[in-house]
Design a protein around this ligand. Structure first.
Ligand SMILES: NC(=O)c1ccc[n+]([C@@H]2O[C@H](COP(=O)([O-])OP(=O)(O)OC[C@H]3O[C@@H](n4cnc5c(N)ncnc54)[C@H](OP(=O)(O)O)[C@@H]3O)[C@@H](O)[C@H]2O)c1
Length: 279
């Protein structure tokens, strides 16, 4: 049995479907703050990582656990979560971390996630760590302005990053959960090419078959907007990556292709599959 924490999110939803389609038993875990739609055959268990004991019933009989944390996980007691997982019989953990843990080890924004990675590596369980770069699905933040005004405002319009399709993260996670051959590996997950915010808006316009305007925000305008829903260190860390990515953050990682045997999906592909949200 597989347990997927964050099962109603960008990655967890697809991951639960992929695992269920193989005929495996899957327990989907979330707090239930989002709609609880889970694929047919998947059992949902309401639990909160902030209360590790609430996970215990979900973990009985679990062989492998997919774990993600909200933000950088600063508020969580990961040692306790790992104790509950080990006591429940979990043998392997796949942790969704972030590329920035590797590329910006000194950044305050990602220090808690760094500590969580270290605890997972020392847990005594089999582990695989996934370090994705920016998600294609961050473009959902543009859905309202595209629906209502056919315009996007974003900073650093011409800075390219190899954004990753969350469905590719889910496919890599499914492989690592099922196959112990990925134990002890840390994978950096990116898309197949650099794409700028301006190009991503053009891809959405092509999928919509309607023009979408692009307005370049100043970093201060973007900061003010992001501070409404992100803590200040995460805002600064995110702006640094979006505005001045390192060479490593602009590298196309070979890891998705190595694990899946195919190239990662493009942003245009993500846009085509999700365009109904922007209509
Ligand atoms: N977005 C990016 O560009 C990016 C890039 C690299 C790394 N990351 C990392 O990816 C992670 C976010 O992944 P995502 O976008 O797939 O997440 P997401 O779509 O925001 O989904 C989060 C999921 O976790 C559940 N959840 C949240 N807090 C929980 C808790 N305390 N206990 C149990 N379930 C909880 C949510 O459901 P409920 O709310 O109902 O509980 C939901 O199912 C973060 O760690 C972030 O640092 C993101």
């Amino acid at each position: 049995m597989f347990v997927v924490v964050g099962a109603t999110g960008n990655v967890g939803r697809t991951l639960s479907s992929i695992l269920a389609a193989t005929g495996a038993a899957v327990t989907a875990v979330s707090r239930g703050r989002r709609p609880l739609a889970v694929p047919e055959g998947v059992r949902h268990h309401r639990a909160d990582l902030e209360r590790p004991e609430s996970l215990r019933p979900a973990l009985v009989g679990a062989e492998a656990l997919f774990l993600l944390v909200e933000g950088a996980g600063a508020h969580l007691d990961m040692a306790d979560i790992l104790r509950v997982a080990t006591a429940g019989g979990v043998k392997r953990i796949v942790l969704q971390s972030s590329q920035a843990v590797g590329t910006r080890p000194e950044a305050a924004s990602h220090a808690p996630l760094h500590a969580i990675e270290d605890l997972v590596r020392r847990s005594g369980l089999g582990w695989t760590i996934l370090r994705p770069g920016g998600f294609a699905s961050n473009a959902f933040a543009w859905a309202d302005p595209i629906r209502t005004a056919r315009t996007v405002a974003a900073p650093f319009g011409d800075v390219g990053l190899p954004v990753i399709d969350p469905d590719d993260i889910a496919e890599v996670a499914a492989v690592a959960l099922r196959d112990s051959g990925h134990d002890g590996r840390t994978y950096e997950l990116t898309g197949p090419a650099l794409s700028t915010p301006r190009q991503r808006v053009a891809d959405l316009a092509a999928a919509l078959r309607e023009p979408i305007g692009f307005v370049e925000q100043t970093p201060d305008e973007a900061r003010e907007q992001m501070l409404r829903f992100m803590p200040p260190p995460v805002v600064e860390g995110t702006l640094a990556i979006l505005g001045a990515p390192t060479v490593r953050e602009q590298r196309i990682s070979p890891d998705v292709a190595e694990v899946l045997g195919r190239s990662p999906r493009s942003f245009a592909s993500w846009a085509a599959r999700n365009i109904d949200v922007f209509r």
